[in-house]
Write a protein that binds this ligand. Sequence first.
Ligand code: PEP
Ligand code: MG
Length: 898
Amino acid sequence: KKRVFNFGDRKADGDAKFRNLLGGKGANLAEMSRIGVPVPPGFTITTEVCTEYNTLGKEETVQLIKEEVLSSVDNIGGIMGAEFGSDENPLLLSVRSGARVSMPGMMDTVLNLGLNDRSVEAVAARTNNERFAWDSYRRFVQMYGGVVMGMKPGSKEEIDPFEAIMEELKEEREIELDTDFTTEDLKLLVQRFKEAIKLKTGNTLPEDPWEQLWGAVMAVFDSWNGDRAVYYRTMHGYPANWGTAVNVQAMVFGNMGENSGTGVCFTRDAGTGENVFNGEYLINAQGEDVVAGVRTPQQITKLGSERWAELARITEEERRNKYPSLEEIMPEIYKELFEYQRMLETHYRNMQDMEFTIQNGKLWILQTRNGKRTGAAMVKIAMDMLKEGLISQQEAILRVDPVKLDELLHPVFDTKAIKKAKVIAQGLPASPGAATGQIVFHSDEVEKFKNAILVRLETSPEDLEGMHLANGILTARGGMTSHAAVVARGMGKCCISGAGALKINYKERTLTIEGREYHEGDWISLNGSTGNIFEGKVATKEPELTGEFADLMKLSDKFRTLRIRTNADTPKDALAARNFGAQGIGLTRTEHMFFEVDRIKAMREMILASTTKGRRRALDVLLPMQRSDFEGIFEAMDGFGVTIRLLDPPLHEFVPHQLTTQKELADDLHISLEAVKTKVAELEEFNPMLGHRGCRLGITYPEITEMQTRAILEAALNVQARGVIARPEIMVPLVGTLKEFTLQKQVIQETAEQVFRERKERISFKIGTMIEVPRAALIADRIATEAEFFSFGTNDLTQMTFGYSRDDAGKFLPIYLKQGILNADPFETIDQKGVGTLMRIGVGRGREVKPSLKIGICGEHGGDPESVEFCNTLGIDYVSCSPFRVPIARIAAAQAAI
Ligand code: PEP
Ligand code: MG
C-alpha cells in the first residue's frame, strides 16, 4: 500500500481526486504541481496513516512509512539542491495538517524544521543573512516547543510562554517590536526558549532533524484529536475516522528581507461574492504573521488598498507611503500572482483561497482551496459563475449549502433605525450581517448572555466556541484574513475586525473608544457589511428575497419535483412564507390561536364547563376568532391548499397552574377556586404526550371538532365571496385506528353539510389525517380507504418510534451523540433506518389502495436538507416547514432532484 505521495517540479503522484486520501491541501498541492503552478516540492502522508497511527502508536507508524519518507525527502532535496540533515547545505521543511475538509487553524503546523545549532550557522552563511537564520530558528523552537512538546499557556489569563519570554526581553532592551531584536537577542531567545522547554516539560528539544521530523508528523496526527479539532469536527458533523493527512514541504521564506513577503488571497470577495481579486500581504514576514493579526497586513490590489484606506480613514498619501499595495510595489510579482489566481479559479471552477510566499523575488504558491464564504457570497458566486459560463445550472444549485442560506434569512438593520444610530468606531467589514448584543470579553463566558458580542484584541482557535455562540465578533486587530475574519465568514457570523480605535482591558472588562468607556454587558451593534460599530441596540427588520438569491430560487424551482409548503399559524406567517415561495400550508396548528389573552379565557371556560351545553357556549365565543384567523390565512394562500389541523395538545396545557391565576379564573367564571383546582388536577397526566390529546379530544368532545370545522368552512366561504380561491384541507391528528378517523370524518362531514345548508352554498374541501403514530403507518392501507391525504407528523412519529419524549430528550441526546449511539439528533434529521422505514411503509401501503393519495410531511424535518432529500426518494408530494426555512427547502428539494 502506498502511504506517501510526492509532488513538485510539475509532477505529482496524486491529483485533486485523491482528496479523501491526501486531504484537501495535499490533493490540491498535487493538482497544482501537475498543472504547472510553482509549489514548493514535498510529499503527503495519507489520512489512512493517521487512522493507522491511532491504533499502532508512534514507533510502529514510523516503521511503516520510514522507507517511503526517506526517499521522498531525498526527492525534495534533489529538486531544491539541498540536503535534509546536512550541516553545510541544509534543507528545511514545513510540516502541516490537511484533512479532507479545510479546518482553519484547528490543527497544528511546524515550520523551519531541520534547523539546529549547527545548521543555523550554515543557513546564515549561505543566505548571508545571520539575522534571518536566527529569526527562523527562533520561530522553529517556538513552534516545535508549542506543538510537539506541549509548551502552551496554562489558562486563558496566561499568555503564551514564549511570548512572555519575548516580552521580557523587549522590556530589558527597551524595544517595542519583534523586528527590533538584534541577532544577538535572537540567539539569546533561542537559548531561553530551550531552557524554558527543558524546565517545563523535562525534555530537550531534539537536535537531530529526523527526530524533529517524526515528532512533528506525529504531533500533527495527534492534533486531529485535539480539543479544537474535535470541537470543530463535532460542530460540522465530520466523523473521527476521516483523519488528517500530513504535508511535508520544502520551506520557502517570506522573511528573507525586503525582496520577500507572504500573503493570502481570494479570487473573489469572500464576504460579498463580488468578482474582484483581493487579499493581503506583508513584506518580510512568514505565513503565520498575516493570519495571526498581529501586524496589520496590506492589500494586494491597488483597488483593494484604496477601498481599505477609505474605511480606515487614511489619506491617499499616507496609504501610498505606508501601506502600498503589492500591485504598486512589486508589479511583476503581482502580474504573475494574478495569472495564477485566474488559472486556478478556472481550473477548479470555484472561488479559491490561496496562500503565497515571495522568496527573494521568486513567487511560490503554497496552497489553494475552495474559499470559505458567507451565505451571500455563496449565492452570488454560484449565480455569477453560471452567467460566466464557468458552471452549469445544476452545478450552480449544487454549489449552495442550503443550511448556509439561513444567513440570508436573518434580520438586517432597519434602514431608519440605522440612520439614527450613533457610530462609535469603525473597523473592517470582515463578515457581513447585522448583530446586536451585550459586550463580552472572554470566549468561555459568552454562553452567560443570550445576546453577546464577543470583543477581543484578536481571536485564536481557542475562541471558537465563544465565536459560535456570540451574535457577532469585534476585534481591535487583524485584517480581512485574520483568524476572526476567516472563521466568522465560515460560520456566517457578523464580524468586524481591526477596529484600531478600540482599547480593550480584559482584566477590568472595559472597552474604551476615544475616552468613552463601555463595560461588559453594555449593548452594542455591529454592521459587518460596512464595518460600522454602533452604541446600544439597533432595530432590525425581516430580510427579503431579492437579486441573485431570488434568481437562484427560481432556478431551483425548475429542477425540483417536491412541492414546498409551510407550517404557519397566523396570516402574517403565511404571508411571509408565501413571499419566500411557499406553495400552500402543510400545517396550521389551531391551538396556537388560543393562547392570546382574550381567547385563552374562552378556551378555559370551555375546558372547565361540566356540561356539553356549557362547552358549546364557550366554543361559540371562540368560533368567530378562529374564523377570522382562517380567513386571513386563506387570503394569504389564495389558490393554494391550506391544511388546518384540529385541536391537538392535551387540555392541561391551557389551564392555569398558579394559584393566583386559578383564583382569577374562578372569579371570572363565578365558580369556586376548589372547582378550578379539581379540574386542573383531573387534567393532570403522567405522560401527557401519550395521553388525552389529538383526535382523542375530538372523539371525547365532538363539539370541538364541530366548532373548528364550522370556523374553517365559514371562513372559506367568506373569502370565496371576496374572490379568493380557498382550498381547505381538514386534518385529524394522532390517528392510530381507522375507526378514530371515520368517527371524526363523520362529525366533519355532518357539520359541513349543515354549514352549506345554512349558507346555501358549498365549497369543496378535503379530509385527511396525520400519520404520526407508528400504528397508523402500519395500517396506512386501511386508513387510506377513508382519508383523502396523509401528512407525516415526524415529530410525534420520532417520539413514539424511539420512545424518546420530545420534551425530555434534551437530557440524554447530547450524551448519545457524543458516544456515537446516534449520529444525529432524530428530532432534527429523520432517522432513515427506523422512522424512515415506517414512512416508506406508510407511503407504500397508502398508495396501494389509493394511488393518487396526496402525501406530505409537516414535522420539523420538513426544513432539514438531509430529510428533504430523503422525502424526495420516498416520492411524497410536498414537504412543509417553517416560513424562514422555505427557501432552504426549495434549494434542498432541487438538489435532491438533480
Ligand atoms: C408532528 O408531530 O410532527 C407534528 C407536526 O405535530 P406537532 O409537532 O404539533 O405534534
Ligand atoms: Mg404531532
